[in-house]
Write a protein that binds this ligand. Structure first.
Ligand code: SF4
Length: 285
């Protein structure tokens, strides 16, 4: 992955110390990393360590000796792989950890579908650990594991519900019973030519449940009716009721929709972009 602006709205930079992965869940079906790597003529199934310039990108300095990535920036980790991929040599992760530890002034966001692999690796206080879920079964299976992971090592933990491909009955059930255990929920539809259906009503439901449980929520991208349809539905931009959202869903039938990452194009109720608050113990370190 090239370094620099992340292209991921909730992060300032992307950092890919290695690339290549293996599909393990329903959410992987149309893996965007695979698609991107194909475009660059790379084999997504082959694990490769990045060049040193990329591996140590968070430590790069400018001519004045200042870090190129300014303090306080959010860094998305492993956009073309999974940080906890089984095949990654332990030494690589240890080196990456040293980078994370050196840049305690950055916030490293680590999404993973492999919580089972974390046992042997202790995180750092400047990390946000997200477990990636696409279905209710993913949420039911992964959330308890996430909560069990020591808060000493991962003080901020949440769900990355991307791509959302089915309605979630109760996505934060565990968070509600163990209130305060989840710190963040990121949610979004699938992108790409083969994107699977995602309903705004499903996203709205997650937003409401987060609000009820006091969990910050970040809506990353939503389905949007194509331009020809959008004129007819322009009134929905100002929509504030769930009924309007249902109308919008009707306008996105089949594949006659595109993906929007621009909240100014969305119904107001969906313009939710909150970030996790640092925990007290996190702030002390
Ligand atoms: S875990 Fe992530 S990078 Fe790996 S195949 Fe699945 S979607 Fe792609």
């Amino acid at each position: 992955m090239t370094q620099g602006e992340s292209g991921i709205d909730y992060a300032d930079y992307s950092w890919g110390p290695w690339r290549g992965c293996r599909k393990i869940a329903a959410g992987c079906l149309h893996c965007y990393a695979e698609r991107d790597m194909k475009r660059y003529g790379r084999d997504h199934s082959k694990l490769e360590r990045a060049s040193d310039a990329t591996f140590y990108a968070p430590l790069a300095r400018d001519r004045q000796g200042n870090f190129k990535w300014p303090p306080g920036s959010r860094v998305f980790v492993c956009p073309w792989s999974d940080f906890f991929l089984e095949d990654v040599p332990r030494g690589w992760r240890d080196e990456a950890q040293a980078v994370i530890r050196t840049r305690r002034d950055l916030i490293f966001i680590i999404p993973t579908k492999r919580l089972d692999q974390i046992e042997s690796w202790h995180g750092e206080p400047n990390t946000i650990l997200l477990t990636s879920c696409a279905t209710q079964a993913d949420v039911d299976r992964e959330t308890p594991k996430l909560i069990e992971i020591s808060r000493d090592y991962f003080p901020v933990k949440g769900l990355s519900i991307e791509p959302l491909i089915e309605p979630l009955i109760d996505p934060i059930r565990i968070g509600v019973t163990a209130i305060g255990e989840l710190d963040w929920v990121v949610i979004g539809c699938e992108s790409g030519p083969e994107r699977r259906t995602c309903k705004l009503a499903w996203i709205l439901d997650v937003i409401r449940q987060c609000k009820a449980a006091g969990i910050p929520c970040y809506v990353k991208q939503i389905p949007l009716p194509k331009l020809s349809q959008r004129g007819r539905h322009s009134a929905m931009i100002e929509a504030i009721t769930s009924q309007s959202v249902l109308d919008w869903d009707l306008a996105c039938k089949d594949h006659d929709w595109t993906v929007s990452r621009d909240p100014s194009e969305w119904p107001i109720v969906l313009r939710v972009r909150q970030f996790p608050k640092p925990r007290k113990e996190h702030a002390r370190r």
